[in-house]
Design a protein around this ligand. Structure first.
Ligand code: ZN
Length: 449
């Protein structure tokens, strides 16, 4: 593969200049800032490498769909996003978030790890491959959405419009990932799903003097009692049927868990906790982290929480909850079970104000595409990568690939201290270069069919 690597290294300075240009362009979906400009910049970059680019409209930010033919008719999917998280709090950045800056071998800017670095690593890999060999082994259909950081709210519209294209892909290079806390390269094959709900209880028409608590119901109590009915101190979620569709890991997935050197002591120290939930450790901890569904209270708001006292009877109480879901739990089923359970326990007054969800997907390490991706990592990183059947977080993997049976592997340029979503987001330049080489190596693995 030296022919391709030579091109990677000869083009490196130019690649970095292009990446920095993209990093200097804010594209904050949550604030609808710079989205069209970023889509235009990327379209130009993709076309300059030979992609045909289409802007597929949705009711939100358009999805860019870039296509390039290969020697064979089959094709890979690439999935990325051109939006970034808001940079706030800006005062905590060492250099301004949209002025990409190199310090001590690291490139700092909002979006560099999540995930503009990965976009330009892929672009450079494809360009270098074409320069060295004149054509790719297989085609590429590159999906770059603009709403990942706000929950991919309209991606389903793209998926409905292009289902046939997605269905026949041989595999997908997903966004995110890179090196883990032990500096090993890490590949994930799926992700957990999610159900996010806002629960609301209304009491009196307005906040009242707390003397009225003697005769007027308090919505904060109602909500607290309702929450108590969702999960017990034994950590079991009490919705009837919650665990019914949970599928245990396959033997191949269990083998991945066993090989995973999860740094539990370091994580415990980093988080400042004396022990994990229920004293979990070893294989049981790893299985729970990846294959255990959750019911988590994200926030609980009611009445007065400021300094000093205020004797108030609140008019409303709100709780935000997320349930991280595992195969084959479906958010639309869990939300139905939640409503039925609240009603059955006498909490018809607890409204589900709104909800949203994504389905989970766990990958199969025995799929040929996954095995090629793992081999490519061994070649580039000179060690066996950690392969996880799914990540503990959530993304639209099921929506874009999982529902069609298309295997995914994450391919990112981050590391444990990349600070995605936080001030001083950064990547190490050495990881960026290996990220380019990795994508080139995946393409090279596909030469053999
Ligand atoms: Zn993100």
């Amino acid at each position: 593969m030296n022919d391709v690597l030579t091109q990677v290294h000869e083009g490196l300075e130019r690649t970095l200049a292009r990446l920095k240009r993209a990093l200097a362009q804010p594209s904050i979906a949550a604030q609808n800032l710079g989205m069209a400009e970023m889509a235009e910049l990327l379209t130009g970059e993709l076309r300059s490498v030979g992609f045909s680019v289409e802007s597929v409209p949705t009711q939100g930010a358009p999805v860019l769909l870039a296509r390039l033919e290969g020697r064979r008719p089959d094709y890979l999917l690439f999935y990325n996003h051109y939006d970034v998280q808001p940079p706030e709090p800006v005062e905590l950045w060492t250099s301004p978030p949209f002025e990409p800056t190199v310090r001590e071998g690291k490139l700092y800017a909002r979006g560099v790890a999540d995930n503009k670095g990965a976009i330009f690593a892929r672009l450079a890999a494809v360009e270098s491959y074409l320069r060295a060999r004149g054509r790719l082994p297989v085609g590429i259909a590159w999906v770059i959405e603009g709403e990942e950081e706000i929950g991919s709210v309209h991606l389903h519209q793209f998926v409905e419009a292009r289902a046939e294209l997605l269905r026949h892909a041989l595999g997908c290079l997903w966004e995110a990932g890179g090196r883990n806390a032990t500096d090993r390269y890490e590949i994930a094959l799926g992700c957990k799903g999610i159900l996010y709900v806002e629960l609301r209880v209304r009491g009196a028409a307005r906040d009242l003097h707390s003397a009225m608590a003697a005769i007027v119901p308090n919505p904060a109590w109602r909500l607290a009692w309702a929450l108590e009915n969702l999960k017990g101190p034994d950590e079991r979620v009490q919705l009837p049927g919650f665990y019914e569709s949970v599928r245990p890991p396959t033997p191949a997935q269990r083998a991945l868990l066993a090989a995973w050197d999860y740094p539990e002591d370091e994580v415990r120290q980093l988080y400042g906790i004396p022990a994990f939930l229920e004293g979990l450790t070893g294989p049981a901890l790893k299985e729970r982290l990846l294959f255990g569904p959750t019911c988590n209270i994200c926030g609980f708001h009611s009445g007065y929480g400021g300094p000093g006292s205020k004797t108030v009877l609140p008019a409303e109480a709100v709780a935000k909850l997320d349930f991280r879901l595992v195969p084959d739990q479906a958010p639309e089923e869990i939300v139905k079970a939640l409503r039925a359970h609240l009603d059955a326990q006498g909490f018809t007054d607890v409204e589900i104000a709104w909800w949203e969800g994504e389905r989970p997907f766990a990958g199969d390490p025995e799929r040929p595409f996954v095995q090629k991706a793992v081999r490519a990592a061994e070649r580039v990183y000179s060690h066996k990568p950690t392969v996880l059947p799914l990540m503990a977080g959530t993304g639209p993997v099921h929506l874009l690939c999982g529902q069609f049976g298309v295997p995914i592997v994450t391919a990112g340029v981050g590391y444990a201290d990349s600070r995605a979503h936080a001030p001083d987001e950064n990547i190490r330049l050495a990881d960026f270069v290996q990220g380019i080489e990795y994508v080139a190596a995946v393409l090279d693995e596909l030469e053999q069919g």
